[in-house]
Write a protein of this length. Structure first.
Length: 155
């Protein structure tokens, strides 16, 4: 094993808790999956998974694929046998899973973040106009607050 591959595997250990070759082998053996089927469930190409497992690539660029690895690991960790039909249903559900990444600033509520983003996205007059047109009172209030922030008159 070359020094670059050994370094990549150590980097994977730091990122994922173990080298991806080990993690994927455990999943394939434990769930009875081929490497091609595992790649399909993860939403990766078979060559990409091969490169990750061998250490020729370090990181998984798709956060949903990382999320799916965790879900597969959780499934394996349940320790109860599942029949082929249930396994395929669960694999299909995992394959459809999408990771959600949100950025939250400490001390800032989601409402305050929405107001801030709206205020920076459109002129105050346009936000006020939209607030007067909507029939949703809560949305109107957010738009009014944003128009005040955009205009600098209120927060």
């Amino acid at each position: 094993m070359g020094a670059e591959v050994a370094e990549a595997r150590e980097h994977q250990r730091a990122l994922y808790g173990a080298p991806l070759g080990e993690l994927c082998t455990q999943l394939m053996q434990g769930l009875g999956l081929t490497q091609a089927r595992l790649a399909q469930v993860l939403g990766l190409s078979a060559p990409m998974l091969s490169q990750l497992m061998s250490g020729r690539r370090v990181k998984i660029g798709n956060p949903s694929a990382v999320h799916r690895i965790q879900l597969l690991h959780d499934l394996l960790g349940e320790g109860r046998p599942v029949d082929a039909v249930e396994l395929e249903q669960r694999l299909g559900a995992i394959q459809e899973e999408q990771a959600t990444i949100t950025v939250h600033r400490p001390g800032e509520s989601s409402l305050a973040e929405a107001v801030r983003l709206l205020a920076s996205s459109a002129p105050a007059e346009e936000l006020a106009r939209l607030a007067s047109l909507t029939r949703a009172p809560q949305l109107a209030e957010v738009l009014r607050r944003a128009s005040g922030d955009a205009g600098g008159s209120r927060g």
